[in-house]
Design a protein around this ligand. Structure first.
Ligand SMILES: [Zn+2]
Ligand SMILES: [Zn+2]
Ligand SMILES: [Zn+2]
Ligand SMILES: [Zn+2]
Length: 481
């Protein structure tokens, strides 16, 4: 989709001030505003393995360290490993040789190994024995530092719990919230004990002992000497691992290829996205990992008129050049559209405010961090050329999927509209370049689009009609000399 929508040439101004192509934007039907990845909440809906499509709740995923227990990646090239079967001849004791009746029991047995179809690495290369079952059962290596890592984890969890409790107590005094129940989902990484503690319930007594009993690491002056032949020994690059190969298994960091081990495949997540201002979902995928469909999919591409550059004349200082644009109405309703200068837009009032709930959520480090408001800025568009002849109202028919097959386009007849076809229209505009424009600099034009929008949520009520504004920046190459 992206190549059709000219991501580098036409950029929309998000309500937070970011410039993004329309394919990277969302549209909140409740706030009636464009949102981008920067100004929405990203939430993990489910964890699943992209290879075997098994899904699991987040608690189980955390327990499995976000890795699939039955799929592996190649430790050499990181491609997914495939399971291959071979027939293994059972060892025949010498005295039983030749007996026909015994052969039935001594049928070759199927054994399985892992193989990479990309680089031909196999689990046999590193001496991992073949397995009698196709999935699972692969020998697991234990992390040599597991005990220490668990100690550290417990210690930091205890510290985090202590800090959160202190912070919450401060907030409590500030707002004197009574009888308000705070839901702590496991998405926040808080354990049951921590949640109990925050809620003021007696803890299981683990936290203070974890802090008290912790032994900190000691720095040491003594470092193991390098082997004597480190500068003289010839090295075989085929036998030592590359840096990415080492870092792919941080627990072992094998230096020799003979120590490479299949990597348990990392889980993928399905994300849903939520408007930060109104908390409504902007996208929500279907739960089934095999499905690529969405239950909610409020993409700007389906709600905001799409503007594409058909062609433009080279921009020259002090001259007026032609610019042809195509405008598309993606919605199921007729759209009134007007091209404007960005400075003629009505000023936007800022209605987003911080409430006690919001600041409490922030203090608990839940996902609804409202700090983006402080960085939202008026777009520095940097437009160097002006679009003229824009102030014309247009009407665009609703999207009609059947009309996509029509070849005929109706001519506009006047100098402005070049052609019309179903929900699309091509218009001719003029670009005015100031004589002071320096040759070689970027020629950018800002354009505002005023469009009507029929909101059909909530469904039970009659639809509301709104007039919305969108500002976009057109990239018209460079100013020619
Ligand atoms: Zn919203
Ligand atoms: Zn944004
Ligand atoms: Zn898997
Ligand atoms: Zn490979």
């Amino acid at each position: 989709m992206a190549y059709l929508t000219q991501p580098d040439y036409v950029k929309y101004v998000c309500s937070c001030g970011q410039l993004k192509p329309i394919t990277h934007l969302y549209f909140c039907r409740h706030c009636l505003k464009i949102r981008c990845g920067f100004c929405i909440c990203h939430e993990v809906d489910s964890h699943y393995c992209a290879n075997c499509l098994e899904n699991m709740p987040s608690s189980e995923a955390r327990l499995k360290k976000n890795r699939c227990s039955s799929c592996f990646d190649c430790p050499s090239c990181f491609h997914t490993l495939s399971t291959r079967a071979t027939l293994a001849q059972p060892r025949q004791p010498a005295q039983e040789g030749g007996g026909d009746a015994k052969v039935e029991n001594k049928q070759p047995k199927k054994m399985y190994y892992l193989s990479c179809f990309n680089c031909r690495w196999t689990s046999r290369d590193v001496g991992i024995p073949d397995q009698p079952v196709a999935s699972g059962g692969w020998p697991e290596r234990t992390n040599p530092f597991a005990t220490r890592i668990n100690q550290l984890l417990d210690y930091y969890k205890a510290i985090a719990q202590q800090e959160k409790q202190e912070k919450l107590e401060k907030e409590r005094k500030k707002f004197a919230i009574r009888g308000k129940y705070i839901t702590l989902t496991d998405k926040t990484g808080l354990t049951g004990a921590m949640a109990r503690n925050i809620a003021g319930l007696p803890s299981e007594g683990g936290s203070s002992s974890a802090i008290a009993g912790f032994v900190a690491s000691q720095p040491s002056e003594e470092v193991e000497e390098l082997p004597e032949d480190v500068y003289t020994k010839e090295i075989n690059l085929k036998q030592i691992t590359s840096m990415p190969q080492r870092l792919a298994s941080p627990e072992w960091q094998p230096t020799s290829v003979s120590r490479l081990h299949p990597l348990a495949k990392l889980l993928s997540v399905k994300r849903s996205q939520r408007c930060r201002a109104c908390d409504h979902n902007l996208t929500k995928p279907e739960f089934n990992p095999g499905s690529i469909k969405f239950k909610i999919e409020l993409l700007a591409y389906y709600h905001v008129p799409e503007v594409k550059i058909i062609s433009f004349e080279t921009v020259k200082p002090g001259q007026t050049t032609a610019l042809l644009l195509k405008l598309t109405n993606p919605t199921g309703h007729e759209m009134q559209l007007k091209l404007m200068q960005p400075e003629d837009l009505p000023p936007v009032e800022s209605s987003e405010e911080t409430t006690i709930d919001k600041s409490l959520e922030k203090s608990l480090n839940l996902e609804k961090d409202a700090s983006y408001k402080s960085v939202s800025r008026a777009p520095a568009l940097g437009a160097s050329v002006r679009v003229r002849g824009a102030a014309r109202a247009l009407s665009l028919a609703q999207r009609d999927d059947a009309a996509e097959y029509d070849d005929d386009a109706a001519g506009g007849g006047d100098g402005f509209i070049i052609w019309r076809k179903s929900n699309k229209v091509a218009v001719r505009l003029e670009v005015e370049t100031p004589p002071s424009a320096a040759p070689g600099t970027a020629a950018r034009a800002a354009l505002a689009v005023q469009h009507s929008y029929r909101n059909t949520v909530p469904a039970a009520q009659p639809p509301h009609d709104h007039t919305l504004h969108t500002v976009l920046l057109l990239d018209l190459g460079t100013v020619s000399g």
